[in-house]
Design a protein around this ligand. Structure first.
Ligand SMILES: [Zn+2]
Length: 147
């Protein structure tokens, strides 16, 4: 018989798993070992999830640039993935993307465009300020900001 250090119940050795090549028994009984392991797993997966959420949120919004080869076409801000899809892939005629309209007008295949993140930012006010800054500095063809 052996007393479990977790539940303090005296149990037969068959209720304990062996460790170190079967030389010793674990100090926690099988039931407690499982419970402790599950609890750890649960806590850990929650921690992982919240890290992922923080990461996603951080990558979620920012200022981006659409280029045709090396030529800056458009600088914008907002949800990165949504804006990328909006400008590069939406085929609807109702799409208000200035990039799409420009490419349609000038017969540019949007497959030639590149989309890059200039800066991640999740504060709306700072984002608008930075967008203006980049539009001034990079003078994209479609939406330059002139000083
Ligand atoms: Zn136990």
């Amino acid at each position: 018989m052996k007393t479990c250090k977790q539940c303090k119940v005296e149990k037969p050795f068959t209720e304990f798993s062996k460790v170190h090549k079967g030389k010793y028994y674990k100090s926690y009984c099988k039931k407690c070992s499982t419970r402790v392991a599950n609890k750890w797993k649960k806590n850990n997966s929650q921690r992982k999830k919240s890290n992922d959420e923080i990461f996603r949120k951080k990558l979620g919004t920012g200022i981006y640039i659409v280029k045709l080869f090396d030529v800056p076409l458009y600088v914008g801000e907002g949800n990165i993935n949504a804006r990328k899809h909006h400008h590069l892939f939406t085929k609807s005629d109702k799409c208000d993307s200035q990039v799409k309209q420009y490419c349609d007008k000038h017969n540019i295949n949007r497959k030639l465009l590149s989309f890059n993140i200039l800066e991640y930012e999740d504060d709306k006010q700072r984002m608008v300020k930075k967008e203006t800054y980049y539009r001034t500095v990079l003078t994209p063809i479609i939406n330059p900001t002139t000083k």
